[in-house]
Design a protein around this ligand. Structure first.
Ligand code: NAP
Length: 213
């Protein structure tokens, strides 16, 4: 859902390029058509398995990634709550505001967007991933991935499945960060990382040392 933005389109293209069937969702099926055409122009048969659809159509997938803009994450999953029942739903939302030369995280009452999502989607299994992976890294299919991904979910099987999805992308390492209560750390750290990039004029992402997956 929201696959027309930089994060969603990069991730969708990357997942398609490694053989996943990807339902490429948008509020507007026409907008999804145009975005997929553009990706096909750029990457040819590497993104053959992208299927443009609307956000409701994207909910047919067993794993549904909410790649909509952060403030729309909760309203969007609420709109599709019934269709998402029984599915693994992935939040990658960093709800940030820019205050001068820094970013700050706006955390909702349950502590994180992801925990808020799980409280709302009580018939779905919510997980998180990709919080700290820059969209441009996904989108550059001609370059290897460099970031690590921390995966969180309350449900063990959902977390395992999501880690398998992450690791199906070459060079992207998945680490088990525990349950959704820890999403507060990922969403808040995104604000720190973006502030560092702003102040140091960089494009840092996260890589863990001293550990193998
Ligand atoms: N950009 C990054 O590098 C990055 C990295 C890690 C995580 N994230 C997270 O990933 C998510 C997507 O990031 P992004 O930069 O791609 O976001 P974005 O460009 O701001 O928005 C993504 C998509 O959200 C949909 N959208 C916009 N307003 C909406 C609304 N009111 N209701 C429902 N859908 C709406 C739009 O898709 P349609 O018009 O097609 O529906 C838009 O293309 C965010 O939650 C962000 O925090 C981003």
């Amino acid at each position: 859902m929201g696959a027309t933005g930089p994060a969603g389109s990069g991730l969708a293209a990357r997942l398609a390029s490694v053989g996943h069937n990807v339902l490429f969702g948008s509020r507007s099926a026409e907008k999804a058509d145009e975005a997929v055409l553009e990706l096909r122009r750029q990457w040819g048969s590497r993104v053959d398995s992208l299927v443009p659809t609307d956000n409701a159509g994207a909910c047919d997938a067993p794993v549904v990634i909410a790649a909509v803009t952060a403030e729309a994450a909760i309203p969007t999953v609420q709109q599709h709550q019934q269709r998402l029942a029984g599915k693994i739903v992935v939040s990658m939302a960093n709800n940030l505001v820019k205050n001068g030369r820094q970013f700050n995280a706006i955390l909702p009452p349950h502590g994180s967007v992801a925990a808020e999502m799980q409280a709302l989607l009580w018939e779905s299994r919510v997980g998180t991933a990709f919080h700290l992976v820059p969209a441009a890294e996904f989108a550059a299919l001609d370059r290897n991935m460099e970031s690590d991904v921390v995966v969180l979910a309350d449900d063990d099987k959902a977390r395992k499945t999501l880690m398998e999805v992450v690791e199906s992308i070459p060079d992207l390492r998945a680490f088990d960060g525990g349950s959704l209560v820890n999403a507060i750390g990922m969403e808040a750290f995104a604000a720190v990382l973006l502030t560092i990039n702003l102040r140091h004029k960089g494009r840092a992402s996260m890589r863990l040392i001293g550990i193998e997956p």
